[in-house]
Design a protein around this ligand. Structure first.
Ligand code: 13P
Length: 252
């Protein structure tokens, strides 16, 4: 059976000490399982300290962003090569908060995807429509365009995996998720685009489609019981060990 994914995006919500406390609690409470891949994505400043804490726990480490070069004169940027070196296996790219606040473009997202894959990191590509785009009935087109632009010319080696997370921008942090059936429709649209790029076997085994946006312990099960959704990218509900644990329990 394919693995489920629960990926915690802690954004800029916690201080360094708070992050370490949360990690300690999570490691104590959460048993590794071969059914669910658990990934935590702290802010950059805490990655190095979190890595040894989760090293033998089965929980994986992810970063919230990376640059598209491995080294050089790029003040303030973070190298995907260095992320791999300190123990990251995953990296979020193209989160709507970066697209929105920092004008990150589809072309930048594509370069980051390529750099992540070259360093054997699993890119978690975030796509999603704003409320305006939704209201102008262009949601599916926007999603297809974001996926197409992120993947143009991208090749996967036998080691590479890829995650695409559908996160409707307007529900993030709102407490109100979209209907699971609608998320499923959108991940099916994404899967349709993937068929233009990769063989079916690669899509089935190494590309994983997630939903994100106000996921909580009460709704996670319904999202993950949709045919093409195999995981959740979680913000708010991953910031307390007890609720995080409930998310995982809800799937059992
Ligand atoms: P919330 O779960 O807080 O809505 O955040 C979702 C998100 O942006 C994860 O990347």
């Amino acid at each position: 059976m394919a693995k489920n994914f629960i990926i915690a995006n802690w954004k800029m919500s916690l201080g360094h000490e708070q992050t370490l406390d949360l990690v300690d609690q999570i490691v104590q409470q959460i048993q590794p399982s071969d059914k669910t891949e658990i990934v935590v994505c702290p802010s950059f400043i805490s990655l190095v300290a979190v890595a040894p804490k989760i090293a033998n726990s089965g929980i994986k480490l992810g970063a919230q962003d990376c640059f598209w070069h491995d080294e050089g004169a790029f003040t303030g940027e973070v190298s995907p090569l260095n992320l791999k070196e300190i123990g990251c296996d995953y990296v979020i790219v193209g989160h709507s908060e970066r697209r929105g606040y920092l004008n990150e473009t589809d072309a930048m997202v594509r370069q980051k995807v390529k750099a992540a894959l070259e360093n054997n990191l699993v890119p978690i590509i975030c796509v999603g429509e704003t409320l305006e785009q939704r209201q102008s009935s262009s949601k599916d087109f926007i999603i297809m365009q974001q996926v197409n632009k992120a993947l143009a010319g991208i090749e996967l080696t036998a080691q590479n995996q890829l995650i695409i997370a559908y996160e409707p921008v307007w529900v993030i942090g709102s407490g109100q998720a979209v209907e699971p059936s609608e998320a499923e429709h959108t991940t099916q649209v994404i899967r349709q685009v993937l068929l233009d790029y990769f063989p079916l076997e690669v899509i089935n085994k190494r590309i994983h489609l997630l939903y994100g946006g106000s996921v909580n312990p009460l709704n996670i099960r319904e999202f993950l019981s949709q045919p093409t959704i195999v995981g959740a990218l979680v913000g708010g509900a991953s910031l307390e060990a007890k609720i995080f644990w409930q998310l995982i329990k809800a799937l059992e």
